[in-house]
Design a protein around this ligand. Structure first.
Ligand code: FES
Length: 92
């Protein structure tokens, strides 16, 4: 987790990723769609997470930017309420 990340959403998002394709997932919570890096992290020290999946299918992408298995959801979003969305991620 990047300490400067913000909570994009307190729910994961189902996103279809293609096997063998290199993706850069947004870890800062500031990209336009909250899923893929669009360069918005430049105002932070956060970096996108590169991921290549084996299977083409839908994955639950972490949108709270706090998963210990980032970029995949591990349930950590349950610690955030609606009022935490847009705020800084909680530390460990
Ligand atoms: S825009 Fe969020 S990591 Fe690049």
């Amino acid at each position: 987790m990047c300490g400067e990340a913000i909570v994009f959403s307190n729910k994961p998002k189902g996103v279809t990723l293609e096997g063998g394709v290199e993706y850069y997932l947004c870890a800062c919570g500031r990209s336009k769609d909250g899923v893929f890096c669009d360069g918005s992290h430049k105002v932070t020290s956060c970096l996108p997470k590169k991921v290549v999946v084996e299977d083409t299918r839908q994955y639950h992408i972490c949108m709270c930017k706090s998963s210990k298995n980032f970029p995949f959801c591990d349930g950590t979003h349950s610690q955030y309420s609606d009022k935490d969305v847009g705020g800084t991620v909680f530390g460990d």
